[in-house]
Design a protein around this ligand. Structure first.
Ligand SMILES: [Zn+2]
Ligand SMILES: [Zn+2]
Length: 85
């Protein structure tokens, strides 16, 4: 987790950037929780980031195919009777 902080690179702390990176990591892990695998699309949140540069480059969203896969995985959850209000 330390590598996500700007200070680690000798730069000024930037909570905005840190927060954005944490959001991306969280969304990425959430994708794994729903059974998604790593994506080849560099802009996709499911792209495997080896460095923070990769994290910064990718967007905060899933690409079309990951979005579709996620939608499919959560379908059972969405149609469950106990989720209806
Ligand atoms: Zn991953
Ligand atoms: Zn993707």
């Amino acid at each position: 987790m330390a590598r996500l902080r700007q200070e680690f690179y000798g730069l000024a702390p930037d909570d905005g950037i840190l927060f954005e990176r944490l959001c991306k990591e969280a969304l990425h892990e959430l994708g794994h929780n729903f059974g998604l695998i790593h994506c080849n699309d560099r802009e996709c949140i499911m792209y495997l980031s080896n460095t923070v540069r990769d994290v910064d480059r990718k967007g905060l969203t899933y690409c079309g195919s990951c979005d579709g896969a996620l939608y499919g995985k959560t379908e059972t959850w969405r149609v469950s009777p106990w989720n209806r209000r």
